[in-house]
Design a protein around this ligand. Sequence first.
Ligand code: ATP
Ligand code: MG
Ligand code: MG
Length: 568
Amino acid sequence: SAPEKTDFIRQIVREDVASGKHQAIKTRFPPEPNGYLHIGHAKAICLDFGIAREFGGECNLRLDDTNPAKEDPEYVRAIQDDVRWLGFEWHDLRHASDYFEVLYRAGEKLIRQGDAFVCDLSADEVRAYRGTLTEPGRNSPYRDRSVEENLDLFRRMRAGEFPDGARTLRAKIDMASGNINLRDPALYRIKHVEHQNTGNEWPIYPMYDFAHSLSDAVEGITHSLCTLEFEDHRPLYDWCVDKVDLAHAPELVKPLTDKGLPFEASKPRQIEFSRLNFNYLVMSKRKLMALVQDNLVDGWDDPRMPTLQGIRRRGYTPSALRLMVDRVGISKQNSLLDISILEGALRDDLDAAAPRRMAVIDPLKLVITNLPAGHEESLTFANHPKDESAGVRTLPFSSELWIEREDFEEVPPKGFKRLIPGGEVRLRGAGIFRCDEVIKDGDKVVEIRGELDPESRPGMAGADRKIKGTIHWVSAKHAVKAEIRLYDRLFMVPDPDNDEGGKTYQDYLNPDSRRTVTGYVEPAAASATPEQSFQFERIGYFVADRRDHNSDAPVFNRSVTLRDTWAT
Ligand code: ATP
Ligand code: MG
Ligand code: MG
């Protein structure tokens, strides 16, 4: 079994369980449904769901849908699909919008306590009043409105009486705070926008910090894990939880209990960790959106995209991603990781798990002249060289084969160990072949002819004769023609976000990030189900395309090369 993980977050959770602070652990994964999840989210998912699982707790999937303009049910579906694909299941599926009524009541409670006020300053004025890192801010002229006036205005905000941006509900904290987030932050804004979950019910929407902290508290979250950019928001998070104090405000959560939604007020603890970032990628939703909209890729699930839908289609496996997350670890140190960590995790995962198959991606005909024409036989091959439990398969062999064009050289470069005129090579698992004749059409080699050493067939003593090169092959008559998509990195440079000299990440696109060829695969590869992964011997790891593959017209995507061949 895997060694117990010892990162600082699990350490905290372990202590909280040991001390009896919590009887049970509860976490949540709170994506905003404004785009597809990406590789970075895999880290948060593995952490949020992983910790709940390891400590026998629960993890909710919460769609943080407080910003209606950019949200869409299409994303909501994809997010659920991605979480399940990664191997996790949520306890409850919630929307922050489930709590809009609770949050509204919490706003009224803060007003009654003198902890919030309705402010009429415009966005520009709010900015001007806010001060700077070195200068304290100034109080809003509306800060001392009476509770009655505030309640009246807030209710009218809710009733839809005011236009967008006319007023906000603000927390009354401290305009001189060293932490700008505490300078009377907005809790509610007016936005007459239809919401993907609540339709036109609400003309006002809660701000992130208010909604997030209270959603955590409502759901009984014990450990609220988020990325480092929220560290400075933690005092506001705690302020909201403490001031609203849901545990002692049953009237606030009545809308939930009336609907039968369980309610478990907690005092959640926010803990921040570093974001996952890789070189050679862009991961911000805005930039991924631009790649799709400008048709630089074929949609959100293009196998070159760092979205989970994209890398899934590329052939990344859930276990490879979990392995990557484990290797990267959890810390508070932001860094840009080398993409080889991601690719290496996939290689290691597939090396252990993927059955071996033979496929030829740049075919050259090879004819064995000393077998009777029409000769056919079945050879038995192990599915995996290091794993007997993976079993065996039969592979048709005949007198006409496809081999890889680059495995033959008429004028071999120094050190070339494969087939040359008059030379010998081992046909993997079939015997030793000698090239007697090279047939050309103009300059192009179109066929190799020669003899198979009859003493070198599998199981014979001569099979062990020392030969420098071994090449793969498929039987021309039996192999299935396949579309093979050779994917490579989408960007040519390690820092595509670098905008020096007026360049943008779009200037760094790799023109060779996808090459499509027609090859031949052995029957046991053609019959794969979509999303099945293989090592095509000597070529790389490939996956049967999730959308386009079928056994009559196979389509394979290169997931990753066998070794890191990226020119450095
Ligand atoms: P983006 O800036 O790409 O839109 P986001 O942080 O706004 O990302 P959310 O949908 O809010 O995206 O993210 C949901 C959860 O995933 C949050 O807890 C967030 O901290 C976490 N998360 C997002 N990106 C990363 C990342 N690169 N590494 C680790 N966690 C991440
Ligand atoms: Mg975002
Ligand atoms: Mg976000």
